[in-house]
Design a protein around this ligand. Structure first.
Ligand code: FMN
Length: 467
C-alpha cells in the first residue's frame, strides 16, 4: 500500500517523530512511504504552486494518510496548522476525502491529547476516516515495548484500510456562518486604575474580531496599547532547534522578542483576540505562540490578568477552550474570561466585554489568581519531573529558574513529613490505634481547619475596618 506521511516537524529529515516513521517503514517493507514535509517546506508550498501540487499529488496517490508530528504548544506546529489552512483555502480537501488516516505524535506528553483531538477533528472535516493515534514520548522509540506497540498500531491502521472499516464520526461539523456584532455605542468607561492594559489581535479589517477589539479598547477609561501580532515581524515559525534552551535567546533575529518585551512583559491585563480558523485560531497566532517557546517552561505570564475575545464557534470546540484556558493557568496567570460573538446578541456581547474589562481591573488590583485545576497541576508536575529528569542538561535556563523558585518541590524532599508518615503508618498497624482512628477518620480530616475557620471572623472584621 502507498502511505503518505504528512510530517509536521520543521526539522524535516532530522525530526524525532520522523524516526518513528522510519522505524515503521523498515518494519513494513511491503508498503511504500512518501513524505510531505509540511513543517519544513510550508513557506515553499505557500509561495510556489508547483511545490504545493507535488505535495498534494502524494496525498492523492496514497491509500492511507499518516500525520506524524511533534506536539507544539498543546497542538501541532504553526507550520502544519498553516498547511491545513492552505488545503482548505485552496479547495484541496477533495484530495484527502475518503482516505483512512492515523496520527503519530512525539512529545513529553504535555497536552498531547489536545493535539490529537485537533487532528481528529480536522481529519473528519476533510472527510477522512480517522483510525486512531499513537502518542509517543520523544524518547520511547528505544524501548522494545514502544516498538512492539507501534507495530501493532500500524498493523491496525493497515487493516482498517484493507477491510474498509466503517468508522463513526466523532466531531460534528462546525457551523459555517457566524453572527455579526453591532455594538450599542453607549459607553461608561472602566477606570484602569493605573493598570497596564494590552490588547493583541490579528483582526482583518471589517471583521467581527476587529469590532470586538475596538469595543474592548474603548471600554477602558485609561491608556490601552493595541497591537496586531503581525507587527512582531516574525521571519518564520519556531524551528524546534531548542537553542533558546540555554539562555532564553532565540536564533531568529527579527522583531518577535522586542514585541514580546514591549507588549507582553509589562502588561497587567492582557487581552488576546483571535478568529477561529478550522479548529484553532489562525496559523499566525499558532506561530506567535510557538515562538514564545524561547521562554522555556517557566510561567511566562505569571501574575497577569488574561482575557480572550474569540470570533467564531468556540462553544463547539471545548478542545480549543481547554488550550486557551490552560495556556493561562500553566502560565500562573488568571483567566478573567472569554468573550465570543456566538450568541449573535450584540447587547449581550457588549455586556460581556464590559464585564471582562471591569473584572480584569478589579482582579489586577486585588492580585487574584485562580487556583490551578487538574490539567495545570498535572502539567506543572510533569514539567518539574521532565526538566529534573533529563532536560535540564540542555534547558539550563529552565533549570536555573526551577532551582531559584523552589519548583523542584518533590514530596520526597520533605523529610519531616516522610518521617511523620512512616510513624503514623507504623502506629496504624497496631489494631487498637487503627480501630480508634478508623472511627474518627472523618472528624480527623477536618480538625486542622477549625482554627483557620475561627480566625476567619477576626479577619472579616479587620477587612471591614480597612474599608
Ligand atoms: C515550540 C515547541 C513547543 C513544544 N510544545 C510541546 C507541548 O506543548 N507538549 C509537549 O509534550 N511537548 C512539546 N514540545 C516538545 C516536542 O513535542 C518534542 O520535543 C518532539 O519530540 C519534537 O519532535 P520533532 O523532532 O519531530 O520536531 C515542544 C517543542 C517545541 C520546540
Amino acid at each position: 500500500m502507498k502511505i503518505c506521511v504528512i510530517s509536521g516537524s520543521p526539522k524535516g529529515e532530522e525530526s524525532i517523530t520522523l524516526q518513528y516513521v522510519r522505524f515503521i517503514e523498515q518494519a513494513f517493507p511491503e508498503h511504500t512511504f512518501s513524505v510531505v514535509h509540511a513543517g519544513r517546506d510550508i513557506r515553499k508550498m505557500e509561495q510556489d504552486r508547483e511545490e504545493w501540487d507535488v505535495a498534494l499529488n502524494k496525498v492523492r496517490e496514497s491509500d492511507g494518510m499518516f500525520f506524524a508530528t511533534p506536539v507544539y504548544f498543546m497542538l501541532v506546529p504553526g507550520q502544519l496548522k498553516r498547511f491545513i489552512e492552505l488545503a482548505a483555502e485552496r479547495d484541496a480537501m477533495q484530495a484527502f476525502a475518503g482516505k483512512y488516516t492515523a496520527v503519530l505524535t512525539t512529545s513529553i506528553h504535555f497536552f498531547d491529547h489536545t493535539a490529537h483531538v485537533y487532528l481528529h477533528g480536522i481529519s473528519e472535516d476533510f472527510g477522512m476516516h480517522y483510525v486512531g493515534f499513537y502518542s509517543a514520548h520523544m524518547q520511547d522509540l528505544k524501548s522494545e515495548d514502544c516498538q512492539e506497540r507501534l507495530i501493532l498500531f500500524f498493523s491496525d491502521f493497515i487493516d482498517a484500510i484493507r477491510e474498509k472499516r466503517s468508522i463513526q464520526r466523532e466531531f460534528p461539523p462546525l457551523p459555517v456562518a457566524m453572527p455579526s456584532y453591532v455594538p450599542s455605542g453607549r459607553k461608561t468607561g472602566v477606570d484602569t486604575c493605573g493598570k497596564k492594559v494590552v490588547i493583541l489581535h490579528d483582526a482583518e479589517p471589517g471583521s467581527v474580531q476587529e469590532t470586538m477589539v475596538r469595543e474592548m479598547a474603548g471600554i477602558y477609561a485609561g491608556p490601552v496599547m493595541v497591537a496586531d501580532i503581525r507587527e512582531s515581524m516574525m521571519k518564520g515559525g519556531c524551528l524546534g532547534c531548542c537553542r533558546c534552551a540555554f539562555d532564553n535567546i532565540c536564533v531568529y533575529k527579527d522583531g518577535f522578542r522586542d514585541f514580546w518585551e514591549k507588549y507582553v512583559v509589562p502588561a497587567d491585563i492582557l487581552i488576546m483576540a483571535g478568529t477561529i480558523r478550522d479548529r484553532y485560531l489562525s496559523a499566525t497566532w499558532k506561530q506567535w505562540n510557538d515562538r514564545s517557546f524561547f521562554n522555556g517552561h517557566v510561567p511566562a505570564l505569571e501574575g497577569k490578568q488574561i482575557g480572550y475575545l474569540v470570533e467564531g464557534p468556540l462553544a463547539h470546540l471545548p478542545n480549543l477552550r481547554e488550550v486557551l484556558a490552560m495556556r493561562v493557568m500553566m502560565g500562573k496567570a488568571n483567566l478573567v474570561g472569554i468573550v465570543t460573538n456566538e450568541s449573535g446578541d450584540s447587547g449581550e456581547i457588549d455586556t460581556a466585554i464590559r464585564t471582562l474589562a471591569s473584572r480584569s481591573v478589579r482582579f489586577a488590583e486585588q492580585g487574584y489568581i485562580s487556583p490551578a485545576t487538574f490539567q495545570a497541576v498535572g502539567g506543572r508536575k510533569l514539567f518539574r519531573d521532565e526538566i529534573w529528569g533529563g532536560m535540564r542538561a540542555i534547558f539550563k535556563a529552565d533549570d536555573r529558574y526551577f532551582r531559584t523558585h523552589g519548583l523542584y518541590d518533590f514530596p520526597t524532599k520533605n523529610y519531616l513529613e516522610r518521617i511523620g508518615n512512616r510513624l503514623f503508618s507504623f502506629f496504624l498497624d497496631i489494631p487498637g490505634i487503627r480501630k480508634n482512628v478508623e472511627k474518627n477518620l472523618v472528624t480527623h480530616m477536618i480538625r486542622p481547619f477549625r482554627e483557620t475557620i475561627e480566625k476567619s471572623r477576626v479577619l472579616a472584621k479587620r477587612r471591614a475596618k480597612q474599608g
